[in-house]
Design a protein around this ligand. Structure first.
Ligand code: IFG
Length: 522
């Protein structure tokens, strides 16, 4: 009897959603008729064609994946776990022996549109089934985030029915490097907090997580050949708290957690400036052989490694070697910012040598834009944060630029003068300020071809908890994700703000402590 009742209910639900079968161009999927389920996908997909019906996600739904791939099976399980957590259903994951039938969600690499590239995907939703096709498992994972954003609770959910509006989505990113940085030096954040941040990044199709692992106030990654870096250099933080650090095992755990979400870790060892924690750990690293005290303030620019001492380069070689051995991603970030206590010639000499060390361990150099003063390796990346001339110097040398202009992307900036945490030396950055710009036209002479991507740095002078991270990160991060993913021709604040307002449901479902900006029509 239960079964019959369920079937009648499911048919009724599908009938209610009258089919306006004429496909119509739409920025989102939406059903028509009695139940209006409109989706608000962020980042906005490149192409969405709605057909106005609904796929009923319910207790009969099953996920099928290409057979024979543990990686795709794991990706399917990720989707099942997320949908089951949201819906309370118990959706199973199965290896498809043939094309799955009615009521299935099918993840497959066969028949993919190759033009969608590494992370692109196609989502075909009919009343009968949902088919997610991609060239790579990474594309399947990005498409899964779209499914998560359109499988919405609605009036029928109490009865275990979730209507996914039908249509076709074809999607791929504008930029290949879409990133957030977390400063874990000024204040240390443990593995669980870092994993939670990575989980948020996955939901918005961000694919890179830059960890600022060392600075004046703390060294946060165990280096076995220089143990005092963490024993001493990791023992405090801004304000004098107990600090902390990641063992190499914990760092590897973070790297794997990120990789399972197709997110690349970019480790940063900031040098030659921002190095008081290292200098305090080893007297021999200092030009005068004397180790300074640990530092728990927030001024910058006072420290420098001793650029003309050979032991400095032995130290860097050991550090870079050990971290690169734990980092599968292609990038190593050498910092290079605010080396105000390093003579320019010494700085240039230093950065040239450090680039050779990073290249020796098979990684591409990333550095803050000042590194453009040196002779950049052809495949290096200058992270534009403060000096537009440096960005031009970098591209003149054939390097790429990672756009992170402080006035637009620094999410440690206060939203406005009333924000209880954050800084405002660059600007107050409200949600619309953070969204309303185009990396490809921000600096005259720096065009889309010069730009590898975009990053939102979160510096930690004034934050010390996951709630603080969430408050400054949301709701600005979704906008940064959209700038990195969606063609600028499809972006418009007056349309985006309504989609962002609809994402409050996700922030609340995920327990995110977000800032309810007055600029957003929540
Ligand atoms: N600039 C410093 C950071 C941090 C930041 C706070 C860069 C590259 C100001 N360097 O941004 O260490 O102090 O907003």
């Amino acid at each position: 009897m239960e079964n019959l009742k369920f079937i009648v209910l499911a048919i009724a639900a599908a009938m209610i959603v009258t089919a306006s079968c004429k496909p119509r161009e739409s920025t989102d999927l939406a059903t028509t008729g009695m139940i209006l389920t409109k989706t608000s996908i962020i980042p906005k997909p490149v192409s969405v064609t709605a057909t106005g019906e609904a796929f009923s996600l319910n207790s009969k739904t099953a996920i099928f994946v290409d057979a024979g791939s543990d990686e795709i099976l794991r990706t399917g399980q990720y989707l099942a776990d997320k949908l089951n957590a949201t819906t309370g259903l118990a959706i199973s994951v199965n290896e498809a022996q043939a094309e799955p039938g009615k009521g299935s969600i099918f993840l497959t690499l066969s028949g993919a549109d190759q033009s969608l590239g590494e992370e692109g995907y196609t989502l075909d939703i009919t009343r009968q089934k949902v088919k997610l096709t991609a060239v790579n498992p990474a594309g399947l994972f990005r498409g899964i985030q779209t499914i998560r954003q359109i499988a919405l609770k609605d009036t029928l959910s109490a009865k275990g029915l979730f209507m996914i509006p039908t249509g076709t989505i074809s999607d791929k990113p504008e930029y290949s490097y879409r990133s957030m940085m977390l400063d874990v030096s000024r204040h240390f954040f443990g593995v669980e907090d870092v994993k939670q941040v990575i989980e948020y990044l996955a939901f918005y199709k961000i694919n890179t997580f830059h960890m600022h692992l060392s600075d004046d106030q703390g060294w946060r990654i165990e280096i076995k050949s220089w143990p005092n870096l963490t024993i001493h250099g990791g023992s405090t933080q801004v304000g004098g708290g107990k600090g902390g650090f990641y063992t190499q095992e914990q760092y590897s755990d973070i790297v794997k957690f990120a990789a399972d979400r197709y997110i690349t870790i970019v480790p940063e060892i900031d040098m030659p400036g921002h190095t008081n924690a290292a200098l305090s750990s080893y007297p021999e690293l200092n030009c005068d052989g004397k180790a300074p005290d640990l530092y728990t303030g927030t001024t910058v620019g006072f420290s420098s490694l001793c650029t003309r001492k050979e032991i400095t380069y032995q130290f860097i070689d050991d550090v870079v070697r050990e971290i690169c051995a734990l980092t599968p991603g292609p990038f190593f970030h050498i910092g290079g910012d605010e080396s105000n206590s390093t003579k320019v010639d010494d700085y240039i000499y230093f950065v040239n040598r450090v680039q050779d060390i990073v290249a020796k361990y098979g990684k591409r150099v990333v550095g803050w834009d000042e590194i453009a003063l040196s002779t950049l390796k052809p495949n290096s990346v200058a992270q534009c944060w403060a000096n537009e001339e440096n960005a031009k110097k970098a591209i003149a040398q054939g390097a790429k630029v990672l756009m992170a202009p402080a006035k637009k992307t620094y999410i440690d900036m206060k939203y406005d003068s009333t924000t209880h945490i954050g800084l405002h030396w660059a600007a107050f950055i409200e949600v619309d300020d953070n969204y309303n710009w185009d990396p490809a036209s921000y600096i005259p002479g720096v065009t889309k071809d010069n730009i590898i991507g975009i990053e939102a740095p979160l510096w930690a002078e004034t934050i010390s908890t996951l709630e603080d991270i969430e408050y400054l990160t949301f709701p600005r991060l979704p906008g940064v994700a959209e700038i990195g993913w969606t063609p600028v021709s499809l972006r418009n604040w007056d349309e985006y703000k309504f989609r962002l307002a609809d994402h409050a449901r996700f922030f609340e479902e995920m327990g995110i402590n977000y800032y309810k900006s007055p600029r957003v029509p929540w």
